[in-house]
Design a protein around this ligand. Structure first.
Ligand code: SF4
Length: 195
């Protein structure tokens, strides 16, 4: 299984990990886990493609600035947070890039339950290649999707630009779960999902 090494390393680093072969299984699991929460969502194509906002909205209050821009201000109310990662190192680290900072803040010092929902395409051999993936694969795809006027949106590679539209203003590396969070869980799915 492609994820086995990453799962072992993430667990060794203290993360809770759940692996599912399919998106449907992961959705069923999250629906069972999260009831009566106020769930914030980070900008995540994976969460969008899995329909998690709609699914979890059946039994929780869901807040997502992609659906309602004002929801970003409800951040202090969130009891749980769902996002993805831009890359997962097989050595057990999670990498994320952010422009605004809301997603990084929520995963670093935010709600007590944080879930990273990720397809197996996010896995790279080590932290160096994870940072490279975030910068040279995920960020250019997201910049293009968002219509940002950045060189990476044109060439598909990072140019460490100074564009006002730059989307990489901060990078987080979760070496271990943050001690402020009660639950930090990586939901790994054996499918290609997100950028
Ligand atoms: S620094 Fe600029 S060119 Fe590089 S990935 Fe970020 S937005 Fe794109």
């Amino acid at each position: 299984m492609k994820c086995q090494k990453a799962i072992e390393s993430l667990k060794n680093n203290g993360f809770s990990v759940q692996y599912f072969e399919t998106s449907q299984q992961a959705c069923d699991y999250l629906k069972e886990q999260l009831k009566g929460e106020i769930i914030g969502f980070g900008g995540s194509m994976t969460a969008r493609d899995l329909g998690l906002y709609e699914l979890l909205g059946e039994q929780n209050t869901v807040c997502w600035h992609w659906k309602n821009p004002a929801d970003i201000k409800r951040y202090p109310e969130f009891t749980a947070y769902i996002t993805s990662a831009n890359a997962i190192a097989e050595t057990g680290e999670l990498v994320n890039i952010d422009a605004n900072g809301n997603r990084l803040a929520a995963t670093l010092y935010g709600p007590p339950k944080v879930y990273f929902v990720c397809g197996h395409n996010k896995i790279t051999p080590d932290l160096t290649t994870a940072l490279d993936r975030a910068r040279n694969i995920a960020a250019p795809i997201n910049a293009k999707r968002l219509g940002r006027k950045t060189p990476c949106a044109v060439t598909g590679k990072c140019h460490n630009c100074s564009s006002p539209d730059r989307i990489c203003n901060g990078i987080s590396i979760h070496l271990r779960p943050m001690s402020s969070a009660k639950v930090t869980e990586v939901i790994l799915i054996g499918e290609d999902l997100g950028a």
